[in-house]
Each structure stands twice: as structure tokens, then as C-alpha cells.
Design a protein around this ligand. Structure first.
Ligand SMILES: [Zn+2]
Length: 320
């Protein structure tokens, strides 16, 4: 039994229980006009069984899953792509042009993931298998994937990583945002009555200027909903974009302030953590904090390690 939420417009969100954690990473099944299906995000290979269960529950046959696409090739989003390719033989696998070679030969992806996540966490993601080259289709700005006439259009969003895209669904005007609009905590958002978020700025791929441009482009667009890969859906896209833009700005300014000092990481972390605590803790009871999903969301929202590493890497690189 998997945890599935249905949204208007024949979209189903599946909790991929990344490394066993609830509410961390989502995959989205989208139904076309001709009973063809698309999956956006595979999650890591260790989420495979959940995808099988969800496909069964939604009555998606092996033949009808026609497209499997990832917003980018980080292993929490795309680690399972090679494994899924071997089961869903009829599906076209979609990745951005700049990620293609790393899905055909994932050795550098694996190396990078070990460095970013550490060996223990990396092992919980499961094996990253190569995707056969002939199964890969290329995504670029403007690429349109058609599900019997239902169009998913690709928007390149290179701020999080140069191989990152979002998918815009013409039918619902919904955006499958990957990590471009940061990380979203739906349960905390409901409890606090405002969007609870953190920018997703991992090293070594994050580019601050490009992420600002991505967010500006989205702010000008006509999107009506955002489906986050981490995690859940917001029906207030403009508010969410404003909040994440503000948080990104605050993280960048804080990092800049300490850049020339000793132990900048610790100083930046202290300031960002304190700010999050002020935002969240006065409004949460012990009962809230001891709930498994809230605990998982707090861990995600308060974990600034990758955020800071990515920003420092970006600022140092630009200072050269
Ligand atoms: Zn990512």
C-alpha cells in the first residue's frame, strides 16, 4: 500500500519514502488523454517497490507508462532511472541534455553523491544503474512531451544545477518544479498557516544568479500550482515564489557577510538556524514536534549543511 494523493487534472502524488522517510521526496504520475501515463521523478533506486505498488493501485500497466522523466540527475530524483528502464520497457526515459552522459555512465554521479551525502546515506539510496543510451530522450528548453495531446512543456531552470528543468502542464497550468523553487514542508505550512520553505542550493552545482533569474521567470509566468519534488503541492505559487526568493536573498547576504572570516560555515549556519527557529518554534507544541512527519519536515527545513556548502562554493568561485 503506498501513500498517494490525487490532485485535480489527473495528477497523483506518490510519497517515495526516500530512505524510509515520509514526506521527503515525491514522484508524480500524470494521466494523458489516451490512457498513456507519465512519471516525473523516479526517486532513488531504493524507492522502486513503492513505484510498482503505486502503478498497480492506479491501474497503470507496464505498457501504458510511456514516459519517465526527471527534473535533474541528482540521485534523490533520478537514481532509480536505470532500474526502472529495465522494467518499463515501453517507456521513453527523459533527461536534460547536460545530464545524459551521467545517466549512461553514472560513475561520476555516484562519486559526487558519495562526497555530498556521505557513504552511509549514499548506500540507503540503492544502486545507481546506467540507463541504456538508446532509451534516453533529450530535454531542452521548449521540449514538449505529449500524452495523447496533453502537453508537458520543458522550462530550463539551471540555478539549482545546469541539468535542471521544470515541467509545465498546459492542462492545469501546474508546474513540476523539482528543486527550482526550493524545498516545501506541507504539514508545517498547514500548521503555521504560511509557506515553510528552504532554498535548495547544493554544491557544487548551485548558481545564485541563475536561480534568481529562474525565480523571476516563474514569478512572471501564469502558473497556478507548484508540485514540489520535496514535497507536496502549493496552490499559491506567487506567494511561494516571493518567500523562497526572500530566503535565497537572506542566505546569500548572510554568507557574503562572513565570507572573509574564519569558520564562515559555522557562523552562517548559526545565523540561518536561529532565524528558522524564530520562524517555527514559537508556533509548535511538543505534540507537533513529536509527530513523525513534522519531525522529518523540521529536519529537512533546518538542515542548512548543503545549502551553505553550495552557496559558499558559488561565492568563492565567483570571487576568483
Ligand atoms: Zn537536486
Amino acid at each position: 500500500m503506498s501513500e498517494i494523493i490525487e490532485y485535480d487534472g489527473e495528477i497523483w502524488q506518490v510519497d517515495l519514502f526516500e530512505r524510509g522517510i515520509p514526506g521527503r521526496t515525491a514522484g508524480y504520475f500524470i494521466k494523458g488523454e489516451d490512457n498513456s501515463w507519465m512519471l516525473i521523478e523516479t526517486g532513488p533506486a531504493s524507492s522502486l517497490e513503492i513505484i510498482f505498488d503505486a502503478a498497480k493501485e492506479l491501474n497503470i500497466s507496464y505498457d501504458n507508462l510511456k514516459h519517465i522523466a526527471v527534473t535533474h540527475i541528482h540521485i534523490d530524483h533520478a537514481g532509480g532511472l536505470g532500474l526502472l528502464a529495465s522494467y518499463f520497457k515501453n517507456a521513453q526515459m527523459w533527461v536534460h541534455e547536460k545530464g545524459k552522459k551521467h545517466m549512461i555512465d553514472p560513475s561520476r554521479l555516484i562519486e559526487g553523491a558519495k562526497a555530498v551525502h556521505g557513504l552511509e546515506k549514499f548506500n540507503q539510496y540503492g544502486d545507481v544503474l546506467p540507463v541504456p543510451e538508446e532509451r534516453i530522450n533529450i530535454l531542452n528548453e521548449g521540449t514538449k512531451i505529449s500524452l495523447g495531446g496533453r502537453i508537458l512543456e520543458v522550462w530550463e531552470m539551471p540555478g539549482h544545477a545546469k541539468h535542471h528543468v521544470c515541467f509545465f502542464d498546459h492542462k492545469t497550468k501546474g508546474l513540476f518544479s523539482g528543486d527550482a523553487v526550493g524545498l516545501y514542508a506541507p504539514v508545517l505550512t498547514k500548521k503555521l498557516n504560511h509557506p515553510v520553505m528552504r532554498p535548495a542550493t547544493p554544491g557544487p552545482d548551485f548558481n545564485g544568479e541563475l536561480m534568481k533569474q529562474d525565480l523571476y521567470r516563474l514569478a512572471q509566468s501564469d502558473i497556478r500550482r507548484i508540485h514540489f519534488s520535496h514535497f507536496g503541492t502549493s496552490i499559491s505559487p506567487q506567494i511561494v515564489i516571493d518567500i523562497i526568493t526572500g530566503k535565497l536573498w537572506f542566505c546569500l547576504e548572510t554568507a557574503k557577510k562572513y565570507l572573509s572570516e574564519e569558520y564562515p560555515f559555522n557562523k552562517i549556519q548559526k545565523e540561518l538556524k536561529e532565524r528558522s527557529e524564530k520562524e517555527l518554534f514559537p508556533y509548535l507544541t511538543d505534540l507537533d514536534i513529536n509527530c513523525e512527519v513534522v519531525e522529518a519536515e523540521l529536519e529537512l527545513i533546518m538542515d542548512y549543511r548543503n545549502t551553505i556548502n553550495g552557496i559558499l562554493n558559488y561565492l568563492n568561485y565567483n570571487a576568483k
